[in-house]
Design a protein around this ligand. Structure first.
Ligand code: LHQ
Length: 261
């Protein structure tokens, strides 16, 4: 059985983490299959939005902890190898994909699973879902971008509390704290996110890619640098076909037919 299910419909590539009996914990195959899907999303012009979710009752429980023998007395393991070859490239791929990435957190998102969700552009969670920075509970440091995303999204005090105590943050609190975009009822999750993904897949894809670039660069930039970046990105956006179409549609009081270029 594939560790990841992939389907393409109306410009939306849906990627479903598929180890439901282990709450979709990461194993190397899952990383390989995710990598292939993200490469495909980058290369295929017909893919204009990505949707990441999990099969079963969980979203993703992070690294599969049964994979490595870390029993007392076992040979030491260098975890940086796995981060360097699997998790860090995954976060970079999600962030650098010049197309919108939506994430439907259908259940618990723990460890690297929580932070992979935060690396997506728009996160919607089911009301019963939760976010767990479980790393400290096993003596580890939040990874997969956690120490980058958390303080920027929820502030230093909340980031430290989440990281040190490793407790569950409910989807409602995650929304209230600004960690995610929105909470929806469990039964509505896929309906809502599919609607949003479809809307984005019909949008000005090139412009969306430039918006991602601008907002992702912002936390590390001075106002001066950000103004310069906006100027440069707007030049690119202004040269797109979709800009012309957007303005024409506005003037003609009709719905734009964006082509994504
Ligand atoms: C699992 C897991 C799991 C295996 C649930 N592995 N089986 C990167 C680089 C290299 C190495 C180290 O790590 C990293 C990054 C990381 O992600 S480290 C953090 C790893 N993740 C965790 O520490 C979370 C561990 N899981 C939990 O704390 C709980 O399972 C949560 C809070 C996610 C859910 O709790 P429950 O809803 O009560 O479910 P459960 O604990 O009963 O889990 C259901 C099954 O899934 C169970 O299997 P079983 O055969 O007993 O039914 C768990 O053993 C299995 N499972 N997470 N990460």
């Amino acid at each position: 059985m594939s560790a990841v299910l992939v389907s393409l419909d109306a410009g939306v590539l849906t990627i479903t983490l598929n180890r439901p009996e282990k709450l979709n914990a990461f194993v190397p195959d899952m990383h390989l299959e995710l990598r292939a899907a993200l490469e495909r999303a980058k290369d295929e012009a017909g893919i204009r939005a990505l949707l990441l979710t999990g099969a079963g009752r969980g979203f993703c429980a992070g690294q599969d902890l049964s994979e490595r023998n870390v029993a007392p007395g076992a040979a030491p393991i260098d975890l940086s190898v796995s981060l360097g070859s699997n998790y860090n490239p995954l976060v970079r791929r999600l962030r650098e994909l010049p197309k919108p990435v939506l994430c439907a957190v259908n259940g618990v998102a723990a460890g690297a699973g929580a932070n992979i969700a935060l690396a997506c552009d728009v996160v919607i969670a089911a009301r019963s879902a939760s976010f767990v920075q479980s790393f400290a509970r096993i003596g580890l440091v939040p990874d997969s971008g956690g120490t980058y995303f958390l303080p920027r999204m929820v502030g230093a005090a909340r980031a430290m509390g989440l990281a040190l105590f490793g407790g569950k943050l409910s989807a409602e609190d995650a929304e209230r704290w600004g960690l995610i975009w929105r909470v929806v009822e469990d039964a509505q999750l896929m309906l809502e996110i599919n609607k949003m993904a479809k809307e984005l897949a019909e949008g000005p894809t090139k412009g969306y890619g430039l918006i991602k670039k601008a907002l992702h660069a912002s936390p590390g930039n001075s106002l001066d640098a950000q103004l310069d970046l906006e100027r440069d990105l707007q030049r690119d956006a202004g040269l797109s076909e979709d800009y012309r179409e957007g303005v024409a549609a506005f003037m003609q009081k009709r719905k734009p037919a964006f082509k994504g270029k």
